[in-house]
Write a protein that binds this ligand. Structure first.
Ligand code: SLL
Length: 277
């Protein structure tokens, strides 16, 4: 790590944007509310986005530009958002994986980072989730991404911990910026930072009904991912064993086949000899 003289320099700064998508049904073909100019086979309207969790500092503190690479049959499939909102809205009929490139503010000195998001158009999840999706007509798929800065400059660190990042909350919600920085945010949400009150760009420690994303949730996400990795490793082990068995079996079969083939060749050869006589 270079250049970090700040007291909390033992933490590599990280931020947590939300990457997600929302999809709605389009009114069917011939319906008066169906927007004009939408191709006949399109059944959905969708938006893919990078957003800050509610009550968070503006993404532009660290995020400069976002590129979304959508399915290549769309016009101009590489969509670039130089300013917020960092999102793309389109219509279509099918889901696909979207490549997302996060470009950081030049002061950060960080290289762009790459993420992927699957555009989920169909209902998913448990019965309750699907009921909600049916009722609201909206399928939302969101992930809290962890963006870690590997070589943060002092300037980036300053920006990530500066009070000015909360300015947009004051104008938007009429709350107090001071409240946002101290104790609770304007909306009563716990503030970001460490338990000892250390200023940081971390998520609030604990979640609640009102707090969508927290360090607690971040940790359980990490734990979930760790478990998944374990599962996949176990599966790989099993697959490896299966493969060995298959190879063993193949060897035996090849051996049998080779034996048969050489017998046949021998018979043929002796036949040839007998004809020649
Ligand atoms: C796949 N899932 O991976 C499919 C592709 C593409 C969806 C789905 C319309 C695009 C357009 C649309 O929704 N495409 O109008 O250009 O093969």
């Amino acid at each position: 790590m270079r250049n970090l003289s700040h007291p909390s320099s033992h933490h590599l700064p990280l931020t947590s944007p939300v990457i997600g998508s929302e999809a709605w049904n389009l009114p069917p073909l011939g319906h008066p509310d169906r927007p004009k100019g939408v191709p006949e086979d399109h059944t959905k309207r969708w938006t893919v986005y990078v957003r800050q969790p509610e009550g968070d500092p503006a993404l532009t503190t660290w995020l400069n530009k976002v590129q979304f690479k959508i399915f290549n049959t769309y016009e101009n499939p590489l969509r670039t958002c130089e300013n917020p909102p960092f999102e793309v809205t389109e219509t279509g009929w099918g889901g696909f994986s979207i490549d997302i490139r996060l470009h950081f503010q030049p002061i950060s000195g960080e290289k762009a980072q790459y993420r992927q998001h699957f555009l989920q158009l169909e209902k998913y999840g448990d019965a309750k989730q699907q009921e909600d999706q049916e009722r609201t007509g909206c399928v939302r798929s969101e992930f809290l991404e962890v963006v870690q800065f590997n070589e943060p400059t002092e300037a980036l660190f300053e920006a990530l911990t500066s009070e000015d990042q909360w300015n947009h909350l004051v104008s938007a919600k009429g709350g107090s910026k001071k409240a946002a920085i101290l104790g609770t945010a304007a909306n009563g949400r716990p503030k970001r930072g460490y338990a000892n009150g250390e200023r940081s760009a971390q998520l609030p420690e604990k979640g609640s009904d009102d707090v969508q994303f927290s360090q607690e949730q971040e940790m359980s996400l990490i734990e979930m991912i760790r478990k998944k990795v374990e599962d996949v490793e176990k599966e790989l082990e099993g697959e490896g064993r299966k493969r060995e068995e298959t190879e063993e079996r193949l060897k035996v079969l090849r051996g049998e086949l080779g034996h048969e083939a050489s017998q046949r060749a021998a018979q043929q050869a002796s036949g040839d000899r007998s004809r020649r006589r």
